[in-house]
Design a binder for this molecule. Structure first.
Ligand SMILES: C[S@@+](CC[C@H](N)C(=O)[O-])C[C@H]1O[C@@H](n2cnc3c(N)ncnc32)[C@H](O)[C@@H]1O
Length: 291
């Protein structure tokens, strides 16, 4: 790149073209996000400052981020955060980048738990802590637990808890599924488990396949349903009477997962669709005992 001074707008125009040619769908938005990250500007400031010149150091930093994005590194790894529910979460290559569709699970859990004074909840496979911390932030009386097999993921979740002032509200446990909390009884068990079949790895976007943790995408062994097959029967005895199991599922998986819930003695209360109309969240409930 030449050393000629450039305006914010001219940097954006060139970067948008570069990212489009690299196959990035939201090229303009990504370019804008990266430039705002470098300049420390919000959107309004970018509108008013579009014709301002940026320093050579800022332009160089921006070009290097655009290079990395053109090589299909996730935008969130370049800026370091992802918005989820009401907060910004630190994300690193050790955790899944929280997805907007997972907010459906959070919303459904909150609607059911809000009437309870002191609900006890566990988020299985917490990753960045997005689900557990969003629930803890909304429900002041809740006792929230979160498990993950990945210590590096839990380190990110603990950092997020600290940054959100929620470290005293969520207990993080390292271990397999519900094993670390076996002695407790819950009002809700929530999980967005790994559910991608390894055979489908080649069809994933490079951002996902090459940069997100395999542990977060693929069940450690078996097919796409392997974690559900272990988690659903293990969840039933850990729920209090009338407690809920809320599970995120991959596209086309809801019927089979709902069937696994029914087999384990749950009543399937709802299957919620995401904004694209894909059945995404299975809401199951353990039977209330007869009086
Ligand atoms: C799809 S990610 C979900 C992360 C986060 N809950 C979210 O929704 O953004 C799945 C998470 O489950 C964890 N995981 C995978 N196998 C596990 C197991 N057997 N027990 C506990 N956690 C597991 C992974 O390390 C990963 O953090």
């Amino acid at each position: 790149m030449s050393g000629t001074a450039q305006t914010a707008q001219s940097l954006l125009d060139k970067a948008t073209g570069r990212l489009s040619r690299a196959g990035i769908a939201d090229a303009a938005l990504d370019a804008e996000t990266l430039l705002r990250h470098v300049l420390g500007w919000d959107r309004a400031r970018l509108v008013t400052g579009a014709r301002e010149f940026v320093t050579q150091a800022e332009a160089a930093r921006f070009h290097s981020l655009v290079d990395e994005r053109a090589a299909r590194r996730p935008l969130q790894h370049l800026v370091g955060t992802q918005a989820f529910w009401r907060h910004e979460f630190l994300v690193t290559p050790d955790v899944l980048i929280p997805r907007p569709e997972t907010e459906i699970l959070v919303e459904a859990a909150l609607a059911r738990l809000a009437p309870l004074e002191r609900p006890r909840v566990v988020d299985v496979g917490t990753g960045s802590g997005a689900i557990a911390l969003s629930i803890a932030a909304e429900l002041a009386g809740a006792e929230v637990h979160a498990t993950d097999v990945s210590e590096p993921a839990l380190a990110v979740a603990r950092t997020n808890a600290r940054q959100l002032g929620l470290e005293a509200r969520v207990q993080f446990h390292c271990g397999d599924l519900l094993a670390p909390v076996r002695g407790l009884r819950f009002d809700a068990i929530l999980s967005n488990p790994p559910y991608v079949d390894r055979a489908d790895a080649a069809s994933l976007a490079p951002e996902v396949r090459d940069h997100e943790p395999a542990l977060a995408l693929f069940p450690a062994e078996g097919d796409a349903y392997a974690v559900y097959r272990r988690l659903i029967p293990a969840a039933a005895p850990l729920l209090r009477e009338g407690g809920w199991l809320l599970l995120e599922v991959g596209q086309g998986m809801a019927d089979t997962v709902a069937g696994l819930c029914t087999q384990a003695g749950f009543t399937v209360e709802a299957v919620l669709r995401d904004l694209q109309g894909i059945p995404r969240t299975v809401v199951a409930r353990v039977a209330e005992r007869a009086p």
